[in-house]
Design a protein around this ligand. Sequence first.
Ligand SMILES: C[S@@+](CC[C@H](N)C(=O)[O-])C[C@H]1O[C@@H](n2cnc3c(N)ncnc32)[C@H](O)[C@@H]1O
Length: 247
Amino acid sequence: MLAMMAGATAWNDFSEWFSREGTPGAPADVLQAYSKKLAAGGVGEREIAARSEEVRKYMAAHPDEALVLHFNRIYTWVEAPFRREPSEMVKKVAGSRKPGRALDVAMGQGRNAVWLAKAGWNVSGYDISPVALREAAGLAAAAGVKLDTRVARHEDFELGTEQWDLIVMCFAFTKLSDAGYMQRVRDSLRPGGVLVVEGFNGGRPAERNMILKAVLDYRVLLFEDLPDVSDWGRMKAPLLRMALEKP
Ligand SMILES: C[S@@+](CC[C@H](N)C(=O)[O-])C[C@H]1O[C@@H](n2cnc3c(N)ncnc32)[C@H](O)[C@@H]1O
């Protein structure tokens, strides 16, 4: 009956299901769970295969939409495995500085932004997930602080020039190897401002100490490349932690 569901319709059906009861994970696992749900609803094998293919194609053609769906679901999923308390590293570094203007890159549900605002920082942040930012606004209101939040992608957010005394990138889905983006980040820091990076170490670089060498024009306040339990994923993994002061 529903054979050859158009791509957008198949996607709408999939995303409506996923937003309600999907378990975020690798696309193949998510599609398998969706297939099971369709089968349980009496949809035939050929129809399931056709709809899964439409969803797969839609995701490939609209990766940002798929990313937003994924993260929106994470932030409504009660079992989401991430720490809702602020990063210990952010607390340590920001707590040692005089508060000023801070930017929380891909700020998520505001665990770091709210802590910073409570510590006296004037905090802005952006994220691709509107659900995350809604939660952040709620947490800020409950804590009696203000956040300036924007729904934006890394590619689109206007970082500005010499704007920030602190930039936080915590598990932020940014690529330190993206020279264009990192130059925009550098330009947007005020002299004396600090960039804090915490996240998964993406494996051994081609050249030893490549990441460290790339930031040696800054004052290195902290550099760590050790396994630890990650705030996101809650697993023991190689983590990279850096705090860098712009000269
Ligand atoms: C692992 S979470 C970390 C959130 C927060 N920084 C924290 O430490 O709790 C990654 C965040 O990056 C956001 N994100 C992923 N890709 C993005 C992009 N291209 N532009 C902006 N935000 C993005 C997601 O919505 C998500 O909130």
